[in-house]
Design a protein around this ligand. Structure first.
Ligand SMILES: Nc1ncnc2c1ncn2[C@@H]1O[C@H](COP(=O)(O)OP(=O)(O)OP(=O)(O)O)[C@@H](O)[C@H]1O
Length: 231
């Protein structure tokens, strides 16, 4: 009998999504919600269900909403943020920075951010709320990391422009995507549909990314450009 192996391509469904919350949910999606190829004796789930083709998609609570709904915009921005951090992390790894484990953790927390956003409280059952509750520890972690880096950095006396080498510049791009994610999450939190700690995390994350961009430039001996008023 063929055994079913979850391959990275299948897990991409998990990474892409705000609706795939836990191992249980992942398996449920992989086994029951996706289309299957029955060629040969191995059943390979397809990544596409075609259910989004008409411009609607699902929240984790099962609501169908148009793709331009603020929930999907916020989910998309969070996904973009994780991708931007992923790229910055690659540049940082190339330079041997030791803080990349923090970026790994943050990418995981962003999955939890997505889960919380994908679960509008108005249509959530108790079990949804329990499974997608956002933890506060990641906010404290960011604050402690910011404080540690700041101790080593020269004080800010000018406006810094995104620069300072590839790691630093990529972290600045991630910072600006983070601020977009924060802007799109703000109205959802304000309407009571998502956890206020999600907005707090994103707000702290942009400060962390700013500080880390400066720290990366410092460690790489790269000059940060500063704002100068044109003559
Ligand atoms: N364009 C989008 N931007 C952000 N989030 C999305 C977008 N489309 C869907 N989502 C969210 O991500 C989840 C996974 O995306 P997926 O592409 O599987 O959805 P779909 O388009 O509804 O389905 P399919 O691609 O199989 O037709 C969806 O359940 C929804 O919560």
């Amino acid at each position: 009998m063929a055994s079913f192996v979850i391959k990275p391509t299948h897990l991409r469904c998990v990474v892409r999504t705000g609706r795939l919350i836990s191992e249980y949910r992942t398996r449920k999606t992989l086994f029951s919600e996706r289309s299957y190829s029955t060629e040969g004796d191995s059943r390979i789930p397809k990544i596409y269900t075609k259910t989004g083709d008409k411009g609607f998609s699902s929240t984790f609570t099962g609501e169908r909403r148009p793709k331009e709904d603020h929930i999907f915009k916020a989910l998309g921005n969070t996904d973009e943020l994780s991708s931007a951090i992923g790229l910055a992390r690659e540049f940082c790894l190339d330079k041997g920075h030791t803080f990349t484990y923090q970026l790994d953790k943050i990418q995981c927390v962003l999955q939890d951010v997505g889960s919380n956003i994908a679960t509008p409280q108005s249509s959530a059952r108790e079990s949804h709320i329990k499974r997608t509750k956002f933890a506060v520890q990641p906010i404290a972690d960011l604050e402690s990391w910011i404080d540690t880096f700041t101790e080593e950095l020269p004080p800010l006396t000018n406006f810094i422009l995104p620069s300072g080498g590839k790691s630093s510049a990529a972290l600045h791009v991630a910072r600006t995507v983070c601020r977009r994610a924060e802007r799109s999450v703000a109205p959802i939190v304000r309407s009571g549909e998502a956890d206020p700690d999600v907005a707090k995390f994103l707000n702290r994350l942009s400060d962390y990314l700013f500080t880390l961009a400066r720290y990366a430039a410092l460690k790489e001996n790269k000059e940060e450009k500063i704002y100068r008023r044109p003559e």
